[in-house]
Ligand binder design. Structure first.
Ligand SMILES: NC(=O)c1ccc[n+]([C@@H]2O[C@H](COP(=O)([O-])OP(=O)(O)OC[C@H]3O[C@@H](n4cnc5c(N)ncnc54)[C@H](OP(=O)(O)O)[C@@H]3O)[C@@H](O)[C@H]2O)c1
Length: 248
């Protein structure tokens, strides 16, 4: 570790596009420094450069595949070396896959679990000493996981994806029971359909303009960092307007 930054610092996964890129932009606008992770180096470096120019943030892009444990360890170390503090760990990287349960390939389930859940588990473990230290010195440190409505209530075709998100939401709950007294607070943000690349293939079933705006998900995620540590918020459910409160 070089030195501890005076500015708050976040590590955002899945920052190359969609919700993650918007979360990164909002942190930079609020004066934070950032480590950004995703596989696509081009978009990641472009975003890092833009945020540094527009907001004066120090932004470190670290190309990482969430399915590779050695890359997760490297990512956590790279953030620690760069900033020496971690005020928010945003576990946003994720992949979707739908299909009838009856013939959903278990190999796809394994991949979904690796990217959507196991990466979060390992990254929290790897960064927990830094999260604890940041909380001790500055009051709070937050884990913000972008989970899903499909992890709150089951939906057809989402047996695998929904299970990974239910597990991610559960992980946030348990983390609070063990760590919140020390100031490390976890929240699972659980939206229904959000208009991003991930849901583009569903546009013939749900019009894009009827989906949640990714800007609103980013705002909710970053707004958690404006709170003190007096309340634990284990999950936030975000649903689309209309009669189906608990459906994606
Ligand atoms: N869109 C929705 O309706 C919706 C609803 C509820 C929850 N969510 C969740 O919101 C999060 C963000 O999704 P989004 O809608 O913004 O989707 P998106 O536009 O497809 O973005 C997904 C992000 O995750 C990264 N990613 C995917 N696989 C990865 C891997 N193996 N290693 C590293 N990074 C990986 C992608 O970067 P690279 O491809 O460059 O690696 C990208 O930055 C996900 O966790 C998703 O499950 C989405």
């Amino acid at each position: 570790m070089t030195s501890t930054s005076q500015r708050r610092a976040a590590l955002v996964t899945g920052a190359s596009r969609g919700i993650g890129a918007l979360i990164a932009q909002r942190f930079a606008a609020a004066g934070w420094d950032l480590t950004l992770a995703a596989r696509s180096t081009g978009p990641l470096e472009e975003l890092a450069g833009r945020l540094a120019t527009d907001y004066g943030s120090t932004v470190r892009p670290v190309a990482s595949d969430m399915a590779q444990e050695d890359q997760l360890r490297h990512l956590a170390q790279a953030h620690s070396d760069s900033f020496g503090r971690l005020d928010a760990l945003v576990l946003n990287a994720g992949m979707g896959a739908i299909g009838p349960f009856a013939d959903f390939p278990p190999r796809r389930l394994d991949k979904l679990f690796a990217v959507n859940l196991r990466s979060a588990y390992v990254l929290i473990q790897q960064t927990l000493p830094l999260l604890r230290r940041t909380a001790a010195e500055h009051g709070t440190a937050r884990v913000i996981a972008v989970s899903s409505m499909t992890g709150i209530a089951g939906e057809p075709l989402n047996s695998a994806y929904g299970a990974t998100k239910a597990a991610l939401t559960s992980l946030c709950e348990t983390l609070n029971t063990e760590e919140s007294e020390g100031g490390v607070l976890a929240t699972a943000v659980c939206p229904g359909y959000v208009a991003t690349d991930m849901t583009a293939p569903l546009a013939d079933q749900v019009a894009t303009e009827l989906m949640i705006d990714p800007v609103d998900v980013a705002e909710v995620a970053v707004s958690l960092t404006r709170l003190g540590g007096s309340a634990v918020i284990p999950q936030i459910v975000m649903t689309r307007p209309g009669p189906h409160l608990w459906r994606a």
